[in-house]
Design a protein around this ligand. Sequence first.
Ligand SMILES: [Zn+2]
Length: 409
Amino acid sequence: MKEEGTYPKSSFIKLFDNKRTYFYEIIKEGTYPLTEQLHYTRNPKHPIPHNYVVKTQYGKAIYTVECSIEYVEKKPLYKICFGVNFSREVHSWETSTDAACKYYQEFNVMKEMEKNLNRYQSNKENKGKISGSLLFGLKLLSVERVRRTMSLDLKIRPFIDLGNSQKRRRILGLSQSILDIVERERDNTFHPDDQTANEEIWKGKILSEMQRLNISFQFWHEKNTNNLSYTSLMGPDKLKVLKEFDLFAVFQSITRAIQIRALWDQFNELYHLIQNKKTTGEFFRYKAKSWLDEFTAPSTGHPNRDNFVRGMYRIQDITLYIHVLCNHVAEFLEIHHKFGLAAFSCSPVEKKNHMQICLYFQNTLKDGGNRNSRKSAILEMLEHENRQLYFASNRVPNFFKKSKKYRLE
Ligand SMILES: [Zn+2]
């Protein structure tokens, strides 16, 4: 049979040969289920779509039926609606032809009754039997083609071929959908210990534990923000928490409590090693390294199984102080053995940091400036410091005498 139409531009399709003509209007194109669930018509084989609705006119375009197919529990259900306003319905779980046969039976009964009312109307078109796949429009190749390419034709182009703004949009879209998934799955995936889940319970547990240790400690929200702040502990209190805080009273997960307790104990050991004059650089380096390994321990096991152990901290959580502790303190211990680290304080480092922040805002263009002479702010700061060092070591006067004015008479 021949197909005429411009599907998908127009939803009307004509299918005909020298004996028969069908007019179809595709109401809902439908989709093909996954390969393993997909059913086919017999002889010739056509895939059977899901969620498909078509209006079919046959028999010199005087009869119209609405056919639909829907997969229910992995089996296609064929439905034909007909009569005034498609108010009558037959359906079949077998084949489209079985549905078509049921339709014919009902239709003939209906016609028979009409014929009794009006004896003069003839009804010749009805003699030849039509196949279900014709009535359901399952032989329409143009629709089949569109359905098949639909899933592939989501305009997916390789990332590398995209323009910059499209790349940006693609990444943003992707990250948004990942974020949506994470938000949806949050409660299933993350342990209720997570702060997001029940902050209030956490706060209560921590406060009562602090009370037990006799340490004044408070939580509060900063004005107009959602940021949770808390008392910053000083030396002795911090040490007390490090040694005595009962993590098992705070964490629901015992594994987690054991993990963090071990991390804190190791840190406490480092603290004592630093003060001990007998500690060698080599030993400290080894101890600091194994503490860092514990600190950055990755997750192990499968997130949804019992064997899952959540990792500790991320690489990004390593602060500059941690870096110095693990990479440079051992060296300091070796060089300044006779003083011990207690002889040093961090305040010069903080002062230097403060000076450089001032320098950044007062003496640099903050990475901006004229396109041709643009310089990184760090470079500007280093050059500034270099000039200062030069002046200091070469006794360049850092002020000039006020200029004298001479008047010529
Ligand atoms: Zn370093």
